[in-house]
Design a protein. Sequence first.
Length: 167
Amino acid sequence: MISMIPLFLQEIDQEAVTTRKMLERVPADKFDWQPHPKSMTLKQLSTHIAELPSWPAMAVNSTELDFASAPYEAVPLTDTKGLLELFEKSLAQGRGALEKADESKLDEEWLLRNGEQILATMTKASMIRISISQTIHHRAQLGVYLRLLNIPIPGSYGPSADDQNFQ
């Protein structure tokens, strides 16, 4: 049987390299910018990305997230340094929880709810996988934001159009 935890840790570490490069480019003077009224602000999006690495800890240490009893409270950030510190703290938290996790409990049920409304039912392993996918998804969103702000995009899985050696 394949052990999932080392695979999750490896992927988290690989994605953290690119995520860190993207977050380093977020300009604090544009935190309130948003590309569309229905879009998150740059600060909201980048803060969410910085918090996502802590989600594996939530998955292995709880059975659910209930938005009704635990409403989201944004971490107050004023600069890019604080954003990166939040990311590193979240990454350490998620990695630390995974390193201590019991592999046999990854098949246990985990719920996402809003009070009585069940939004999703999955295994703890699936929640960890979703947290990694969410990081990648929102990081791509951040790439669009940065492109619209004319900020060079770092490569993710290879060079970007902004990499000097790629053009």
